[in-house]
Each structure stands twice: as structure tokens, then as C-alpha cells.
Design a protein around this ligand. Structure first.
Ligand code: ATP
Ligand code: MG
Length: 302
């Protein structure tokens, strides 16, 4: 399949899940089990398509790196066991590790808490020419922190700044920050891997039953599950407030891993294709240098 056709298909495939205007967004609009009508009998074909997508991604990333102008920031958010890690691993498996940085944000450290909430993320914004992945991000500030307002107390904010408007203000700040990055050549795409509560239970049970998966299980994950509805409200509100044309959210059905990965790969291809990437042009003087170098190598003048 040629690159243009692949880009066209990727764009079409990811589009139903892309939110570019949060106003009126309802989480209910996206079913975690959706596969766009593809059944499990299509799985082998989906895997093949993903492999083609991964090759294309590698090619686009190579140009991004050579051109050294744009940076791409991919933000991943999800409930536990929705498949963030596996998706990142599979979708990025073909890209040159030199052009890609992954950073996982855990609960903030004492040093993090001594700073404003964006500080720890700013340090890891990808360089030009690179793809940066945030496995969790500053969005935790309107998700886990909103579900557990007691975390606000740990942030050592001056009391008069913690008002009922704090979430509205955080959304404003995030929107401004993303606009700032966008205006500086950092392309942002945000992914919410939307798993159902039922599927999460199934995956937790697998983690408990399969010795090779035991390590993935954390007792805290069960505690968070009890706040499911609060999290869903926080996700819905976050997407409503921060989905923009420049920095869209993708709400990706996550009950079927093969489908999740295909949508994410397609969305990244779409984002890179939008940049109209090409290898830097070599000017005449440089072409002469290259010809001279070839002469040296072939002409036995070494
Ligand atoms: P993951 O759950 O992403 O697969 P993990 O299980 O290896 O990773 P955890 O120790 O569970 O890592 O770290 C992630 C936890 O940190 C999550 O529960 C997340 O909500 C929490 N966290 C991340 N950022 C913040 C924040 N700014 N404030 C409070 N908690 C946060
Ligand atoms: Mg965890």
C-alpha cells in the first residue's frame, strides 16, 4: 500500500474517536467495546494492518528526526489495566529509540510538590525532531487530584489560592500551556484509553491468577476502582474542557487491545502526516562536497 493511501485510511479510521471541540462531549458517546463492526475474526487482519502502520510510523519518524523542526508529544491517560503500557510498547515498536522518549509520571515526589504542577512535566517535553510520550501527565491534576481533593493539601499551595474555582483555573492553565507548546512547534495528541469497569475486573483477575502477571497487580488499584464513577466524571469534564483543534483528545475504546492499538497507531500516523514532513534538501555546494567525498573513497586517494 502506498503511503498516501495508508495516511488516508488512518485518518478515516481514527476520526470517530477524535474530539477537537470538547463542548457538549459525553463519555457515553463512546463505547469501550466498540470495534467499528470488526469482529474477532478480523483480528489477524487488524494485526497485519498494525504492522503496516508501525512501518509507516517508523518512516515518518525518520523524517521528523532528519527535519528537526517539529516535536510530537503524545499524552496517555487511562484507568488501571486499560492497556497504556502495552499500547505504547506495540505502537512504538518500530521507531528508532533515538527519536523517541517515554516518561512515566507517578505520584509526585517531595521535590515535585515544592513546585507548580506543570514543572515536572515541562522538563520532559520532547526536543525538536523527537516523539515524546507521557505515560500519565499533568492531566492527573484534574483526574486523580480531583477525585481525591485531599491531594491538594499536599501541594502546599497558599490557602487563598485554593478556591472553588481551582479546577476551572487548572483547565485554563492547561489550555494555555498546550497552546503555548503548539505555537512553539510541539504537536500534541492526547489519548484516553477508555476501558469498561467490567473489562478492568477481568484484567485484574488475570493479574491475580497468572503468576507472570502478578507483578502488575497493586492493591491500590482495587481502592481506586471504588471511585470509578468519580473518575468517569473527571475524565468527561477534562475532555470537555481541554479538547481543542490544536490539541485534540482521542477517546479510544479499550476493551479490545488489538483495536485500541490500531486506533492509536492510526491517530499518530494522521498527526505526523499533517506535518508534511520531508528530508532536508541538500544544496548545490553540499552536493559538490558529497561528490568529492565519493571520489576520495572510490579513487584510492585515501
Ligand atoms: P500505571 O498505573 O501508570 O501503570 P504504575 O502502576 O507502575 O503505573 P503507580 O505507582 O501506580 O505506577 O503510579 C501511578 C499512580 O500515581 C497513579 O495512581 C496516579 O494516579 C498517581 N499520580 C500520578 N500523578 C499524580 C499527581 N499529580 N498527583 C497524585 N497522584 C498522581
Ligand atoms: Mg498503577
Amino acid at each position: 500500500m502506498d503511503m498516501n493511501e495508508l495516511i488516508k485510511r488512518s485518518r478515516r479510521f481514527a476520526k470517530p474517536f477524535r474530539i477537537t471541540d470538547g463542548a457538549g462531549f459525553r463519555l457515553k458517546a463512546i463505547d469501550p467495546g466498540d470495534t467499528l463492526g470488526y469482529g474477532s475474526e478480523d483480528k489477524p487482519r487488524a494485526k497485519e494492518a498494525l504492522a503496516i502502520g508501525i512501518d509507516a510510523l517508523a518512516e515518518l519518524q525518520d523524517m521528523l528526526y532528519a527535519q528537526d523542526r517539529w516535536a510530537v508529544l503524545l499524552v496517555f491517560q487511562a484507568m488501571d489495566a486499560a492497556g497504556k503500557d502495552g499500547t505504547i510498547k506495540h505502537v512504538m515498536s518500530g521507531v528508532n529509540p533515538q527519536g523517541c522518549q517515554v516518561y512515566s509520571f507517578k505520584a509526585p515526589s517531595a521535590e515535585d510538590l515544592d513546585h507548580d504542577f506543570l514543572w515536572r512535566c515541562m522538563k520532559y517535553v520532547p526536543e525538536r525532531g523527537r516523539i515524546g510520550i507521557f505515560n500519565r501527565s499533568y492531566y492527573e491534576e484534574t483526574l486523580v487530584v480531583r477525585v481525591h481533593p485531599e491531594f491538594i493539601a499536599q501541594q502546599k499551595l497558599p490557602a487563598e489560592l485554593v478556591t472553588k474555582d481551582i479546577w476551572k483555573e487548572r483547565f485554563q492553565d492547561i489550555r494555555s500551556y498546550e497552546r503555548y507548546l503548539t505555537r512553539n512547534g510541539v504537536v500534541i495528541r492526547k489519548f484516553f484509553l477508555h476501558v469498561s469497569k467490567q473489562e478492568q475486573k477481568k484484567r485484574f483477575l488475570e493479574r491475580l491468577e497468572d503468576p507472570e502477571k502478578n507483578w502488575k497487580f497493586s492493591a491500590n488499584d482495587i481502592k481506586e476502582r471504588a471511585f470509578w464513577n468519580d473518575y468517569m466524571k473527571a475524565y468527561e469534564d477534562t475532555i470537555r474542557e481541554t479538547a481543542t483543534k490544536a490539541a485534540p483528545w482521542y477517546v479510544v475504546p479499550a476493551d479490545n487491545k488489538w483495536f485500541t492499538r490500531a486506533v492509536v497507531a492510526a491517530a499518530i500516523i494522521d498527526a505526523l502526516a499533517d506535518l508534511d514532513l520531508s528530508y532536508p534538501k541538500v544544496d548545490k555546494a553540499r552536493l559538490k562536497d558529497l561528490a568529492a567525498a565519493k571520489q576520495v573513497l572510490l579513487g584510492g586517494k585515501e
